[in-house]
Design a protein around this ligand. Structure first.
Ligand code: SIN
Ligand code: CO
Length: 395
């Protein structure tokens, strides 16, 4: 990714300028970020996705000022009970998560945001709302690019530090919202928002064209979550014998205690010293991040590909090239490559090939023929990932 190239997507800023001035700091409105962008799917297609078992979706309603949220999969009846015409007393929106897992065009759209590391990417969420619909005033723990598809949305942002939420509401709605700035976004416009910034998006229907918004979300994990997951990772290492703490508790110096039931200060000190010997290196942290951040979410399942022999696989690879499954997440650190939570170590030309696969999610036939010295292990690994359904041949 060229850091010094000004991008229309960023309103004429270079990715490096955007990162320095706005990323994780302050909002940026970009008019006409994607000229001619009107969306990737119709409201009907989005509703269709929300009816699929493996798709995470929500309908958020505001009926006479009361908020409610229901979770998919939905069916025709769920949509039939929603008002046909915009009703100020009954507003609603449909939100569908991880559309990039189901629509190749959505995955390609995310590629335009590769100036942010894949390790931070969460998903592309698409929302549909008739006039007045939205999820109410709130803040997220995400960095997000809100790209307007069809229709319009009025975005209000606030500078407030009061993040008190409405009690008892089934979703996080801010109790008070003071608008500091507002913008009306039209198709192709985009608003970047850093985490914790209070915002409120209200669909504005233009005649018959209802609002669809594409949220390119980047997760900022909570420190508590990182610590919990890392300790789980260390525990797994301990259980699998990859980490061992030598010796056993010794108390040849035991002194007579007044209370047999008391855990003495001496015992606590000794165990404190033993526990201090649990150490980790940057390598452990990198391995943890690669594993954890490439791990599929619990609801993600891969369909294994039809079995083919390694030699057949190699022939197809040379003539078609390969691409990651839309649900696959591939990251690397140093020479270790992580695909959907599985680690593989490669060096030299093989590592260069895998780095490209991780960066752009595909390898064409030249990528493969340009590296004739790629080792057999790499082909075996790609074959294994192919069988698991993590990869497919390019169409
Ligand atoms: C949306 O309604 O499309 C965006 C929701 C949000 O504000 O995060
Ligand atoms: Co939000």
């Amino acid at each position: 990714m060229a850091k010094n190239e000004a991008l229309q997507l960023l309103g004429g800023l270079t990715p490096a300028q955007f990162l320095a001035e706005y990323w994780h700091k302050k909002p940026l409105l970009i008019k006409n970020a994607m000229p001619d962008f009107e969306g990737l799917l119709s409201p009907e297609e989005l509703a269709g996705l929300a009816c699929e078992d493996e798709v995470q979706s929500r309908i958020v309603e505001e009926i006479n000022g009361q908020w409610s949220a229901s979770h998919g999969p939905f069916d025709d009846e769920d949509f039939a009970r929603l008002p046909d015409e915009p009703d100020p007393k009954h507003r609603w929106t449909l939100l569908v998560q991880s559309v990039n897992h189901f629509l190749p065009e959505a995955s390609q759209l995310l590629q335009q945001f590769s100036f942010i590391p894949h390790a931070r990417l969460d998903d592309l969420m698409v929302s549909y709302a008739p006039d007045g619909g939205g999820v109410g005033p709130h803040f997220d723990s995400y960095d997000v690019f809100l790209l307007q598809g069809q229709g319009k949305r009025l975005w209000r942002v606030s500078e407030q530090t009061d993040l008190t939420l409405v009690e008892g509401a089934p979703l996080r709605i801010l109790k008070n919202f003071d608008t500091a700035q507002e913008w009306l976004l039209e198709a192709g416009d985009m608003l970047y928002l850093p985490p914790q910034l209070a915002h409120w998006g209200i669909a504005v229907s233009d005649g018959k064209i209802d609002c669809m918004t594409y949220s390119i979300g980047f997760r900022a994990p909570k420190n508590q979550e990182l610590a919990t997951e890392f300790l789980g990772y260390m525990q797994d290492k301990l259980n699998q014998g990859q980490l061992s703490i030598a010796g056993m508790y010794e108390d040849a110096d035991l002194c007579l205690q007044e209370h047999a039931a008391e855990i003495s200060g001496t015992m606590v000190n000794k165990v404190t010293e033993i526990l201090k010997s649990i150490q980790w290196s940057n390598h452990d942290v990198a391995d943890f991040l690669g594993t954890y951040l490439s791990e599929p979410k619990p609801d993600v399942v891969f369909d294994p590909n039809k079995k083919i022999s390694l030699s057949n696989f190699n022939k197809h690879l040379a003539t078609h090239g390969i691409m990651l499954d839309l649900k696959s997440q591939m990251l690397f650190t140093g020479n270790t490559f992580y695909l959907n939570g599985e680690a593989a170590l490669f060096t030299g030309e093989s590592a260069m090939i895998l780095a490209k696969l991780a960066d752009v999610r595909a390898l064409n036939t030249e990528d493969i023929s340009q590296h004739p010295t790629a080792d057999k292990m790499l082909l075996q690994q790609l074959h294994e990932w192919y069988l698991a359904g993590f990869l497919h041949f390019n169409e």
